[in-house]
Design a protein around this ligand. Sequence first.
Ligand code: AMP
Length: 399
Amino acid sequence: MSNFQQHNFSGHKALIRVDFNVPLDDSFKITDDNRMRATIPTLQKILNDGGSVILMSHLGRPKDGPTDKFSLKHLVDHLSGLLGGTTVKFANDCIGDEAIQMAASLQPGEVLLLENLRFYKQEEKGDEGFAEKLSKLGDIYVNDAFGTAHRAHASTAVIAKFFPGNKKMFGMLMEGEIAAADKVLKSAEQPFTAILGGAKVSDKIMLIENLMERAHFIIIGGGMAYTFLKAQGKEIGSSLVEMDKLDLALELLEKAKTKNVNIILPPDSVVADKFAADAHTKTVSNDHIPEGWMGLDIAEESVDLFGNIIMGSKTILWNGPMGVFEMEKFHYGTLEIANLVANATLRGAYTLVGGGDSVAAINKFGLADQVSYVSTGGGAMLEYFEGKELPGIAAINNA
Ligand code: AMP
């Protein structure tokens, strides 16, 4: 592996795997360009060095080959704008004659975007022949797609074998993501608190297990808290629960005790009489949620309890919302936690927010620039924190 920042790209054609899997509205307008913005410094460095840039990405989940809906051509103008008006050329196919010719004639300072990789089934299958064809388009491979680093696909992992050790590297986004995650996972200043939320315990079992080896406090909010509360014998009304995970929840609580990790559950909830924005609501103790009511947010007492822990922490990882923050009636807990994490950052804590919905929440509340790092990888970030080696990272590290 080579170091990106120290590499001089002058005269080179960098083939870069980016994650441009951005949401588009019905008229193909990009509704959230964070993933594109995040990789711009990588592209600028190569262009400023006098190199050229060939970009490959997937967009959405096309099932049956090429379709207009999933074409990366919809991103060309926006990308050009993000690059300060640099022309972005577009190849209608990610492999084949057109791509080969356009890549071959690319001049220093020029940018070529290839059509959606997932128009070929071979991409997700990790097909070697397909990866080799892609590899021929550039002379240096840069992986800057943290969002797909947990996939062993042709362009994210397999392709690396077609480049020698000094011609493959992580881009600046990928380096930043790995450094941020490692700061929390491998060298967290104590006390280290993990705040976990979201819908289901089942999605976060391995994450909790791995964090138990590292964190002082694991705060649990969101829908997943009710499975723990139910396991403790509490009445949870009609709140979200995974009945087949009650034993596991108890086991996790027991295991935490033996490891001196404090799992903190919310003491109160905002409950609703239905899952709807116009539901009737009230605040109740989690010792006994009345029949027919469901907990859709944490309430004041929980925010106070969580807040004390958050403000006393030196490292904070936040993954998953505290309630159904998409509805205003139930966004209080998530907003308060976002504010607390921002305040803790101001007081010197290192704070990492990652995982799809907590990132959506911190962006919605306009606080993304007030925490130490916001990850661009949902599933990838989760798997990294579960302690797994991500194929996209391994392919370059183990070269
Ligand atoms: P996840 O993808 O597992 O992080 O879950 C995120 C989703 O969990 C969000 O869409 C939230 O609306 C939802 N959620 C959070 N708290 C609750 C709750 N108490 N009951 C039901 N859904 C919830």
